[in-house]
Design a protein around this ligand. Structure first.
Ligand SMILES: Cc1ncc(COP(=O)(O)O)c(C=O)c1O
Length: 448
């Protein structure tokens, strides 16, 4: 039996019995290890079926989706690399022992120090702008010999946006990459490569949740066509690798995994057949689609009340763990499953209820008017499909601590049938005080 076959109720009961939601820590993230492994297997298989060669394809997990060292180590063990977008994410990938040559650094704001470190380590870098490329020129002049890092340029194919503006990175005016359709940009890019034989990659990431697959494929096709143009112009195969970004959306409405990696890889093979004919290495940077379905936020119901005829369950899962859902609920609706104090699935006639969080602002609601069995104090709620970008992207409002995160798998030898491993311990109050400047308590008052 794989842990994907474990009913969530069994996992929740085991989590409660095994003390993962103690009185002082009433919210936790749970990750289905077998589900994560299965997602990586389907990613690799999908691209291989479409024609990608195993030894020249790097699936670099977007660390922003789950900035957790044990998760990165698990994924590395499954053959994945890491896409990082800050010194912190790079440090996490290195702590997970992801090999430098399997790390890709993307960020629109890399400092000189970050670039220097990436070059020293041999981490791949995608320059985001003309200015960043000029900075790389300077750093490479300082260094003796050719770079160890694979170096590329991020382009914005300007193919348009999806349904969520904030996650649409290929709009006309997006802040990311070199805007490919702007006047003179193509010619500039061809020249930039011709003048820099060490540039070997093109990168594009069209967007994330809310982008239709066809839009993403159009962006990849435009990037492929640019690579062909550059290679023709310089008269050699200088662009050797295409980094097609991530962005496969997640279905938050049901348990169905859709769209699939296979559907996307097939669409890419149709849109840009040359991508898979062996002339180009491939890098992908999926985040959400690898983890979302394998995670839940589990929280205790502290109180229930009625206001103006509306039922409200006040829980410990709010904006601190579900920031996007709370601030942009129309774009990020979540399903909620409910359990009793022991973790047994709750039954009963559906009653419209608001599921509120602990934060001190009125909008801290993860679901509004949701028909669910009537909740009582001591029950539990689970926010489904939250394995990516939720409990690993904490919002520090109200100094609510980062919750503990635990991986789980089926284990016949356990009386509950489930074994847990700590991914991250709950943040302690001492750590919170330190983060709030506890070490400098008297320094401000000493200023006159
Ligand atoms: C450059 C880049 N690559 C990959 C990703 C991961 O996207 P997703 O989690 O939607 O697959 C992002 C998300 O913001 C990104 O900006």
């Amino acid at each position: 039996m794989s842990s994907r076959d474990i009913p969530l109720g069994t996992v929740v009961q085991a989590a409660i019995r095994q003390g993962l939601l103690p009185a002082w820590s009433p919210v936790a993230g749970l990750l289905d290890v077998q589900g994560i492994r299965a997602a990586t297997t389907s990613l690799r298989a999908a691209f291989e079926e479409a024609g990608a060669a195993r030894d020249t394809t790097l699936h670099a997990f977007a660390v922003k989706a789950a900035a957790l060292v044990p998760v990165l180590r698990l994924l590395a063990g499954e053959g994945l690399g890491a896409e990082v977008a800050s010194p912190g994410e790079l440090a996490l990938a290195r702590a997970a022992r992801v090999a430098p040559e399997r790390i890709v650094l993307d960020s629109p704001a890399k400092t000189t120090a970050e670039l220097r470190e990436a070059l020293a380590l041999g981490v791949a870098v995608n320059a985001d702008s003309r200015e960043e490329l000029a900075r790389l020129d300077g750093l490479l002049r300082e260094a003796a010999g050719p770079p160890r890092s694979s170096l590329g340029v991020r382009v914005n194919p300007q193919v348009g946006g999806g349904t969520i503006d904030a996650l649409s990175t290929a709009t006309d005016t997006s802040k990311f990459g070199v805007a490919l359709r702007d006047e003179g940009a193509r010619a500039w890019l061809v020249r930039a490569f011709a003048e820099r034989p060490w540039l070997s990659r093109l990168h594009a990431h069209v967007g994330s949740q809310g982008c239709p697959l066809e839009l993403m494929a159009a962006g990849v096709r435009a990037t492929y066509e640019l690579a062909e143009e550059i290679n023709r112009a310089v008269g050699r195969r200088q662009v050797t690798t295409l980094d097609i970004g991530g962005g496969l959306p997640v279905n938050f409405a049901s348990d169905d995994v859709t769209p699939t990696f296979r559907a996307y890889a097939r669409l890419l093979a149709d849109a840009a057949p040359g991508l898979f004919d062996g002339r180009y290495g491939l890098v992908t940077e999926f985040g959400r689609s690898l983890l979302a379905k394998s995670g839940v936020v589990l929280a205790r119901v502290e109180y229930t009340k009625t206001a103006g005829g509306r039922r409200i369950a006040v829980t410990h899962a709010g904006a601190q763990v579900a920031v996007r859902t709370v601030f942009a609920p129309a774009s990020w609706p979540l399903r909620v499953a409910v359990f009793d104090a022991q973790g047994r699935p709750k039954t009963g006639p559906p009653v419209d209820q608001d599921i509120a969080g602990p934060c001190c602002f009125a909008g801290d609601l993860v679901a509004v008017g949701r028909p669910l069995p009537l909740l009582e104090a001591g029950d539990h709620v689970a926010l489904l499909d939250t394995g990516a970008y939720y409990f690993s992207n904490h919002y520090a409002y109200n100094s609510l601590p980062r919750p503990g995160v635990y991986g789980y798998a089926s284990a016949e030898e356990e009386s509950d049938g489930v074994r847990f491993a700590t991914v991250r311990a709950p943040q302690t109050l001492g750590e919170l005080v330190a983060e709030g400047g506890g070490a400098y308590a008297a320094e401000l008052s000493a200023l006159r």
